[in-house]
Design a protein around this ligand. Structure first.
Ligand code: PMP
Ligand code: GLN
Length: 413
């Protein structure tokens, strides 16, 4: 294996989905809903696959099925208040993963540096390293470590520390808002501070916005590409899996100025060439429907966070009542929680992992039959020590599932 792939040898999703299967535990680990997505969206796929003489079961345009890129262009042109060219400023990919991969491969040369904010969605680091780049990490710092109830907005970047990471080798910075795993939604000032540094140092911004519709009121999602002078240097990434709550559809996209998208297209056409036509046509119909109801009470995009907020509050109460200290998210469908009140009560010596959050999560999956994800999985090796007191839970689950989690947790406290 070429050494630049070493960072990708360990994969937290592979380890923890296997563990969930073998321990048969209640799985609040990997992020996915455990109930059906709205049938109107899945019915589109059934219709598309069975329509006569439609050619939807055959190849389509490589950079994105035309009906889909037009729908994406309509939506994001409205949201960004600028005309987005469907044929040159959008690339459709196999999930947000492939979009991230194409954008990173097409921008990083050997020796380039990329700034990654910790905690970070785990694939960013191996993607940068595989391309020959060097990640430079900066942790969000909990500004209220002793608060009884902690919020994701308390986790902040130090502007001076961030500024100190930029140099002549810096090619790009990756941001993720709403954030996985913290649930932080970057506010205007934070985005503006990042934007100013990106402009000053002529750096590309990759904005991973897969949870763009999952924001809890009154917080608002702000797209960094809409800030002054930022369209020109931003590629924004989205995911149909997150947008329509169907993670198995694995369709994503990148949008940005044509000269940046064109390069990502080269990687896409080499690796994938074209995504599944049926799924693209079904997602296009889903978007057309959503665009027609955007600011109404029928909007799934708007209703999703209303559906999830009670689940989020329920889990945060359950955690607080049972000795954990959760960090209340402003967006996304994950919640991290400090678990260290259990540390002296449990004998984790049967687990041999280097980091204690891994030992706790594995022990808890096997013995309490409830799984989360160790928080240090979202940190660089050097900074994992900062994360060992936490684990992440996914709360996009049926109410009965969350109730079962409550029963498990209360029987262990
Ligand atoms: N970015 C973030 C922040 C994610 O949480 C995920 C996982 N869902 C992805 C990217 C990848 O998304 P997809 O499943 O569309 O590839
Ligand atoms: N994005 C999902 C999560 O954070 C999992 C993605 C994966 O399985 N690779 O849980």
């Amino acid at each position: 294996l070429p050494s630049r792939h070493e960072a990708g040898v360990y994969n937290v999703w592979i380890e923890f989905t296997q563990l969930a299967a073998t321990t048969k535990c209640l799985n609040l680990g990997q992020g996915f809903p455990d109930y059906d997505p709205p049938s109107k969206f899945s019915n589109f796929l059934a219709e598309v696959a069975t329509e006569k003489n439609s050619y939807f079961n055959q190849y389509t345009r490589g950079f994105g099925h035309v009906r889909l890129v037009k729908a994406l262009s309509n939506l994001y042109s409205t949201l960004l208040n600028r005309k987005i060219d469907p044929m040159n400023e959008i690339l459709v990919t196999v999930g947000a993963y492939e979009a991230l991969y194409c954008v990173i491969q097409s921008n990083i040369e050997i020796g380039d540096e990329a700034i990654i904010i910790e905690p970070f969605y785990d694939c960013y680091e191996p993607m940068i390293r595989t391309a020959g780049g060097t990640p430079r990490f900066i942790p969000l710092r909990n500004t209220k470590p002793n608060a009884k109830v902690s919020h994701s907005s308390d986790w902040k970047l130090d502007p001076e520390e961030l500024a100190s990471l930029f140099n002549a080798k810096t090619k790009l910075i990756i941001i993720n808002t709403p954030h996985n795993p913290l649930g932080k939604v970057f506010d205007y000032e934070e985005l503006n501070m990042i934007a100013d540094l990106a402009k000053k140092h002529n750096v590309l911004v990759i904005s991973d916005e897969v949870y763009e519709w999952l924001v809890y009121e009154p917080t608002k999602h702000i797209r960094i590409a809409s800030l002054p002078g930022m369209w020109e240097r931003t590629i924004t990434i989205g995911s149909a899996g997150k947008t329509f709550s169907m993670t198995g559809w694995k369709l994503g996209w990148a949008y940005g100025p044509d000269y940046l998208i064109k390069n990502a297209c080269v990687v896409h056409q080499t690796a994938i060439y074209t995504c599944a036509t049926t799924v693209q046509e079904a997602v296009a119909r889903g978007f057309e429907h959503e665009i027609s109801v955007l600011n109404t009470s029928d909007s799934y995009f708007q209703n999703m966070s209303k559906e999830l907020k009670p689940k989020m509050l329920y889990l945060s109460n359950v955690l607080q009542e049972n000795g954990f200290t959760p960090v209340i998210p402003d967006g996304g469908y994950f919640m991290i929680s400090n678990w260290t009140k259990f540390e002296n009560k449990l004998d984790l010596s049967s687990e041999t992992d280097k980091y204690k959050d891994f030992r706790f999560v594995k022990w808890f999956s096997k013995n309490a039959k409830l799984q989360g994800i160790p928080f240090s999985a979202f940190y660089s090796e050097k900074h994992k020590f900062m994360a060992e007191d936490y684990l992440r839970f996914c709360f996009f689950k049926r109410d009965e599932t969350l109730k079962k989690a409550e029963n498990i947790l209360s029987s262990w406290t």
